[in-house]
Design a protein around this ligand. Structure first.
Ligand code: ADP
Ligand code: ZN
Length: 758
C-alpha cells in the first residue's frame, strides 16, 4: 500500500489535499515542505499529517514531486495552532500557514533569503593592546609584524575601536567610523587583527537599542506592581494554562510587569511572547526588551523586510531566542517552550486581521496558551468588553493597577462643547479657543503638544448646497476626501485610492455651490501653521508615513524635541511615552459615534481614555482638551473621567439588551455581486442554507441587507449575520452553507467574531 500524506497548500480557502509519495522514497514528516502538483501548477505546501486515514480506493492520488525537508520545517505546536485557526475562522489551512510563516516560504523561492554574511574584524590580543597603549606610536614587535614602521593614526584608531569588542566589529561599522579596507588589511598584514566571515541576522532594532532611558535597570516595584506580581508570578511558574487580565491605567507600570514575568519564565528555561498592536510601538518596546534581555530577543512584524523576517524566524525556530516581540502575526512565532504570552493593549482592533485568514491575535494567543500550557496575560487600560466580561465571570484572573508610577497625576481634562464654540466663532473653526490657548502656552514654555484627529486629508466630504449630493467615489459607496491644496489639491477615495480633480461645480446639477465639510489631519496642520508660524509641526497619518521607517523617524524627531507639535491619527494615541508632552488635544472625539457599529461607543471611550493618558507622562502635570459635539454621551463622559467601571457597566447593559457580543457571538457573511440585486439574492440563498441548519437552535439570522459599504471597488455587497451562543453550531451551519453552494462561496467573505461592522 502506497504511503499518503495530507498537505496544506497556499490556495485561498482550499482544504488539505491528499498525495502519495513514491513507494521507494522515505515518508515525509509532518511539518516538512513538499512540492506537489495541483491542476497544471506545482506548489510548495506543508505536510500537516504524515499518516492520514486511507482515502477511498477509487480516488486517484497524485504524487509528491519533491520533499524539501527531512526534519519538520514547521514545528508540531505550530501545526496544531494553525489547524485550530483554520477550523475556527473557516479559513483554508494553507492560507493560515502562509500567514504564519515568513513571506514566500510557500509562495516563492525562499532560498534567496539566506542569512547575510558579513566580514568581522577582531583585534588580536597582546600586540594590539601594546600598540594602542604606547604613545607616541611604537613600532610593532618584530615577531608580530614583518614591517617595522610605526602605526598610523587611522590604524591606531581602528585598534582602539576593536580592542573594546572581543567578538569583533563588522566591516560596515568600521567603515562608518571612517576606517577603510586599506587600514584593516594593513592591520591584518601586521598581525594585529584577523578577518572572518560570519552569518549574521539582520538586526532590525540595533538602531533603537541605544536611544533613551536605561531600561536595563530593573526598578524597585511599587506596592501595586508587587501585589500584581504576587498573583501573576506563581501563575507563570505553574506551567499550566491560565489567562489573566491586567487592567492598569496608562503609566501604571504594566510593561515592567511583563518584563519581570518574561524574566521569570526565561530563568526556568521557557520562553516569552510579547504581542503589541502597532508596528510603531514595537521599536520602543523592542529596545526596552533588548536592554533587559540582550541578544536573545527577536522582533517580528509586517514592517520588516522579507530578509529580516526570515532571519528572525529562523533564529526563533532554532531556539536562539528567549523573548519574541511582535505584532499580530508574531502569535505564530515558532517558539517550542512558551511559558508566557502577553497581549499588550489587548482591546486594540489591529489584532484582528482584516483579510483571510480573519483571525484575532488575542484569541489565538489564548488558544496557544492552552495548547502549550502557558500563562496568557492580557494588558490594557481599557479592556475590551469581551475580556472584561470573561474576567468578571471568573474565567480570567483580574489584576488591577489603579495608580500611576510615582503617583504622577492623570491629566486634567477640559471638555469643549463644539456647538457652543461654533455659536460664538462660526462653523468654519476646527480648533477651539481653549485648545489654541493651550497650544500657545506650550509653545511659550517650550513644552510639546499632541493633536489627534481620526481622519486624514483636508476635508472629508464635498457637498453640493443646491442638490444636496456629496461627491462619491465612482467605484465605492463612500465620500471622496480632499487632499493637498493649491495645484496639488485632488479628491481621493480612501478605500480604492481612486483619484480625481476637485470639481468646482456639482457633477450632478452643475451648481457652483460646493461646500467642503469635515476636517482632516492635513487641514489641522495647515490651520496650525497659519496660526503658529514659528512652531515646528509634524504630521503622522497614513499619507506621511507610507514608507517603512518614516513613522519611526517622525516619532524620533518628536521625542528628541525637534518638533513642538505633532498632529496625527490614532497612530499617535498609543503607547508612546513623550515626557515633554503636557497637552493633548482631541479635535473631534466623537466622529466614530455616528457609525453603524455596535462597538462605536466602546471605541470612542477607548480612544479618549488612551489619548488623555498620553498627557503628562513626565514630571509635569498634563492637560487634555477634548472637543466634542456630544459632551453628555456616556462614552465621552467616562472617557474624559477615565472611568472604566461606569463605562463598562453601562455598555454591558446596552449589549445585553440588544444581545450583542460579548453576550452572544456573531459571524458575518458578505457576498459580492456584479449588481446590488445579484448580491442580495446570493446572500439570501446562503442565509437560507444557514437557517435550515440552525433550525430549532437559539441562533438568529439577521439580514440579508446591503452592507454598510454597499459598493467597494466596483463590486456590490450584501451581508447577513449569524448570531447566537453556540459558536460550534454556527460555524458548522456556515460551513455547510458554503459547501452546499460552492459558486457563491467563492464570492463570500466569512468573518467569525467580526471586529469592524463596516
Ligand atoms: P504602562 O505599560 O502601564 O503604560 P510602563 O511600564 O511603561 O507603564 O511604566 C511607565 C513609566 O514608569 C515608564 O517610564 C517606566 O520606566 C516607569 N516605571 C515603571 N515601573 C516603575 C517603578 N517601579 N519605579 C520607577 N519607574 C517605573
Ligand atoms: Zn473607491
Amino acid at each position: 500500500m502506497a504511503g499518503i500524506v495530507s498537505v496544506a497548500v497556499p490556495v485561498p480557502a482550499l482544504d488539505v489535499l491528499t498525495y502519495r509519495w513514491p513507494d521507494d522514497a522515505p515518508a515525509p514528516v509532518a511539518g516538512a515542505r513538499v512540492d506537489v502538483p495541483l491542476g497544471p501548477r506545482r506548489l510548495t505546501g506543508i505536510v500537516v499529517d504524515a499518516a492520514p486515514a486511507q482515502p477511498e480506493p477509487s480516488m486517484k492520488l497524485r504524487e509528491v514531486t519533491q520533499v524539501r525537508d527531512a526534519a519538520p520545517f514547521v514545528p508540531a505546536s505550530l501545526l496544531a495552532l494553525t489547524a485550530w485557526v483554520a477550523d475556527y475562522y473557516l479559513a483554508g489551512p494553507g492560507d493560515v500557514l502562509a500567514s504564519a510563516l515568513p513571506p514566500r516560504v510557500l509562495t516563492g523561492d525562499a532560498t534567496t533569503f539566506k542569512r547575510r554574511r558579513v566580514i568581522v574584524i577582531t583585534a588580536l590580543g597582546l600586540g594590539a593592546a601594546a600598540a594602542i597603549a604606547t604613545d607616541p606610536p611604537v613600532t610593532p614587535p618584530a615577531e608580530a609584524a614583518p614591517a617595522s614602521r610605526p602605526l598610523g593614526a587611522k590604524q591606531r584608531e581602528a585598534l582602539t575601536a576593536l580592542a573594546g569588542v572581543p567578538a569583533g566589529l563588522p566591516a560596515a561599522v568600521l567603515t562608518a567610523r571612517g576606517i577603510g579596507a586599506a587600514t584593516v588589511s594593513r592591520l591584518v598584514q601586521l598581525g594585529f587583527a584577523v578577518v572572518r566571515h560570519e552569518n549574521v541576522s539582520r538586526d532590525p532594532f540595533a538602531a533603537h537599542a541605544a536611544e533613551g532611558v536605561d531600561f536595563a535597570v530593573v526598578p524597585s516595584f511599587t506596592a501595586e506592581q508587587q501585589a500584581a506580581l504576587d498573583v501573576l508570578g506563581p501563575l507563570a511558574d505553574a506551567g499550566r494554562f491560565h489567562t489573566a487580565l491586567l487592567k492598569g491605567v496608562t503609566g501604571s507600570g504594566k510593561t515592567e510587569i511583563y518584563l519581570a514575568l518574561a524574566d521569570r519564565v526565561r530563568q526556568q528555561g521557557r520562553q516569552a511572547l510579547l504581542l503589541v498592536p502597532e508596528i510603531a510601538l514595537t521599536p520602543a518596546l523592542a529596545g526596552r526588551v533588548r536592554a533587559r534581555f540582550g541578544d536573545r530577543v527577536a522582533i517580528q512584524h509586517s514592517g520588516l523586510s522579507t530578509g529580516e523576517r526570515h532571519d528572525q524566524w529562523h533564529r526563533v525556530r532554532q531556539g536562539e531566542v528567549d523573548v519574541v516581540v511582535g505584532t499580530r502575526s508574531a502569535v505564530f512565532a515558532p517558539l517550542e517552550r512558551v511559558g508566557l504570552i502577553v497581549v499588550d493593549e489587548e482591546h486594540d482592533g489591529s489584532y484582528k486581521q482584516d483579510e483571510a485568514p480573519r483571525y484575532h491575535g488575542r484569541d489565538v494567543a489564548i488558544v496557544r496558551g492552552h495548547q502549550q500550557d502557558a500563562l496568557v496575560v492580557l494588558g490594557s487600560a481599557t479592556p475590551s468588553l469581551e475580556s472584561f466580561h470573561n474576567a468578571t465571570r471568573g474565567r480570567y484572573t483580574l489584576v488591577t493597577l489603579d495608580r500611576r508610577v510615582a503617583d504622577r497625576p492623570l491629566a486634567e481634562v477640559r471638555v469643549v462643547n463644539m456647538r457652543d464654540e461654533w455659536a460664538d466663532t462660526g462653523t468654519d473653526v476646527s480648533l477651539s479657543r481653549p485648545l489654541l490657548d493651550g497650544i500657545a502656552a506650550r509653545l511659550t514654555r517650550g513644552e510639546q503638544a499632541l493633536i489627534l484627529l481620526n481622519r486624514r486629508g483636508v476635508s472629508t466630504a464635498v457637498l453640493c448646497r443646491q442638490c444636496g449630493r456629496t461627491l462619491e467615489c465612482p467605484h465605492c459607496s463612500v465620500a471622496m476626501t480632499v487632499h493637498g491644496h493649491g495645484a496639488r489639491a485632488h479628491a481621493r477615495c480612501h478605500y480604492c485610492d481612486h483619484r480625481d480633480r476637485v470639481p468646482t461645480a456639482c457633477p450632478e446639477c452643475a451648481a457652483p455651490y460646493l461646500e467642503h465639510l469635515g476636517v482632516g489631519t492635513e487641514r489641522i496642520e495647515q490651520d496650525l501653521r497659519e496660526r503658529f508660524p514659528e512652531a515646528r509641526i509634524g504630521r503622522v497619518d497614513r499619507d506621511t508615513v507610507a514608507t517603512r521607517g518614516s513613522l519611526t523617524a517622525l516619532l524620533g524627531r518628536f521625542a528628541r524635541r525637534e518638533l513642538d507639535l505633532l498632529v496625527g491619527t490614532q497612530m499617535i494615541a498609543k503607547g508612546h511615552d513623550f515626557p515633554a508632552v503636557t497637552l493633548v488635544g482631541v479635535v473631534s472625539a466623537d466622529v466614530g459615534l455616528g457609525l453603524p457599529d455596535f462597538r462605536a461607543a466602546e471605541r470612542t471611550f477607548q480612544l479618549i481614555t488612551q489619548v488623555v493618558g498620553r498627557a503628562g507622562r513626565g514630571e509635569r502635570a498634563g492637560e487634555a482638551v477634548v472637543q466634542t459635539f456630544f459632551p453628555t454621551h456616556y462614552a465621552v463622559k467616562c472617557g474624559c473621567a477615565q472611568d472604566y467601571a461606569t463605562f463598562a457597566a453601562r455598555e454591558l447593559e446596552f449589549r445585553t439588551a440588544l444581545r450583542y457580543p460579548p453576550i452572544t457571538a456573531l459571524v458575518n457573511v458578505v457576498v459580492r455581486g456584479a449588481t446590488a440585486e445579484q448580491a442580495m439574492t446570493d446572500a439570501g440563498t446562503l442565509a437560507r442554507h444557514v437557517a435550515r441548519d440552525t433550525d430549532g437552535k437559539a441562533i438568529a439570522i439577521l439580514g440579508p441587507a446591503p452592507a454598510p459599504l454597499a459598493k467597494l471597488r466596483g463590486e456590490h455587497r450584501a451581508q447577513f449575520f449569524v448570531k447566537g451562543g453556540d459558536r460550534a453550531a454556527m460555524r458548522a451551519a456556515v460551513r455547510g452553507a458554503l459547501a452546499a453552494a460552492p459558486a457563491l462561496a467563492r464570492r463570500a467573505v466569512v468573518d467569525v467574531d467580526p471586529v469592524s461592522m463596516l
